[in-house]
Design a protein around this ligand. Structure first.
Ligand SMILES: [Zn+2]
Length: 169
C-alpha cells in the first residue's frame, strides 16, 4: 500500500514519536509499505510521521533500489557517535520543491533495532550519515529547516503559506 506523504504544516511532523514495542506482522507490513511509499515519492529516506504515524520508525535506501543490501530499517534509532562536518543541499519529502544547504556531521553511527527487534549498530558517511541524522530528527519532531538560518526559514515558511492559500500545498 502506498501512503501519501504528510506535508509541512501537519502537527504530526513536529511532535516526538513513540517507541515501537511490537515486532509483529503489522510492523513488517508497515515497513514494506514505507519502502514502497518512499520509492513512489522518489525519496531515499522516509520516517513514519511522514505518513501520519507517530512511531519511532524510519526506512532508508540511499542507493534508491540499486543495492538491496542498502535497504535499512531503523526501529527506535539513536545517534551514538558523530564525527566531522559536511555541508550539502538537503530536502525533505514533506517540504517538496525546497532545498537548502545544511551542515551536518560527515560520519554518523546509529544504534537501532531491525524489523525483528534485533539491535544493531551501523556507521554511515556522507549521504548515509545525513540520512541517519535527517530521519532521526524526524522521529524527534524536528525538521531539517531547524538547521538553517531563521531568516531563510521564515522566507521558506512565507512561500509555503502562499502555496497553502492557493491550495497548492
Ligand atoms: Zn524529511
Amino acid at each position: 500500500m502506498i501512503y501519501s506523504i504528510v506535508k509541512f504544516g501537519n502537527p504530526v511532523l513536529e511532535k516526538p514519536t513513540e517507541s515501537v514495542t511490537a515486532f509483529d506482522d503489522d510492523l513488517k507490513k508497515l515497513v514494506e509499505d514505507m519502502f514502497e511509499s518512499m520509492y513512489e515519492a522518489k525519496g531515499v529516506g522516509l520516517a513514519a510521521p511522514q505518513i501520519g504515524i507517530s512511531k519511532r520508525l524510519a526506512v532508508i535506501d540511499v542507493t534508491f533500489k540499486e543495492d538491496p543490501k542498502a535497504k535499512l530499517v531503523l526501529v527506535n534509532p539513536e545517534i551514538v557517535h558523530t564525527e566531522g562536518k559536511h555541508t550539502q543541499p538537503e530536502g525533505c519529502l514533506s517540504i517538496p520543491e525546497f532545498r537548502e544547504p545544511v551542515t551536518r556531521a560527515r560520519k554518523v553511527t546509529i544504534r537501532a533495532q531491525d524489523v525483528n527487534g534485533n539491535w544493531y549498530e551501523k556507521t554511515g558517511e556522507d549521504l548515509l550519515a545525513r540520512a541517519f541524522l535527517h530521519e532521526t530528527d524526524h522521529l524527534n519532531g524536528k525538521l531539517y529547516i531547524s538547521h538553517i538560518s531563521a531568516l531563510k526559514r521564515d522566507l521558506m515558511k512565507r512561500k509555503i503559506r502562499k502555496l497553502m492559500k492557493a491550495g497548492e500545498w
